[in-house]
Design a protein around this ligand. Structure first.
Ligand code: FMN
Length: 147
């Protein structure tokens, strides 16, 4: 069984759509921060929070990980890396002994080179990262089985 943990922020909800197309149990990291309309402010605030590991407010229902052998993490690329919400979720909830697929969603404009590596320090060594997948504007552009 797969637990699909996702976060999505933009109006297009790209990561949500990608996550919901997958079969499994879905768990949303829900944004509890004050809503912002101006994209410039959003980019600045969350680019900063992502780069400097600042706290963000979110909620997510409890996950009984004993029910799952596979975990899929789906979220937007921010500042080339795992975004502040997914980072904080993984820092505060240690997943152990699972096969993990990491999926990113991005615009392609800022790049995503550092995205998969940015999970290294966030995922416990007892897990097996089995696959990396990247979507640009919801089209799959990269897929790699990790040995
Ligand atoms: C703060 C912030 C930083 C972003 N940084 C990047 C980036 O480095 N590279 C990129 O290609 N897209 C970047 N984007 C665009 C998002 O990754 C892209 O729109 C994504 O598909 C949004 O997913 P969502 O709809 O699930 O929120 C950034 C967006 C925001 C808000």
């Amino acid at each position: 069984m797969k637990a699909i943990i996702f976060f999505s922020l933009s109006k297009k909800q790209n990561s949500r759509h990608i996550a919901e197309e997958m079969v499994g149990d879905h768990f949303e990291i829900k944004n509890l921060e004050k809503p912002m309309k101006c994209i410039v402010f959003i980019m600045f605030k969350y680019g900063y929070k992502t780069l400097f590991n600042k706290e963000v407010l979110f909620e997510i229902e409890d996950i009984d990980f004993d029910k799952y052998d596979e975990v899929v993490l789906v979220s937007p690329v921010w500042a080339g890396k795992a975004n502040a919400f997914m980072k904080q979720y993984l820092r505060t909830n240690t997943i152990k002994g699972k096969d993990i697929t990491i999926i990113g969603s991005c615009s392609g404009e800022g790049g995503y080179k550092g995205y998969f590596n940015s999970f290294d320090s966030l995922i416990d060594e007892s897990n097996n990262v089995i696959e990396h997948i990247m979507f640009v504007k919801r089209a799959k552009v990269y897929e790699r089985k990790v040995l």
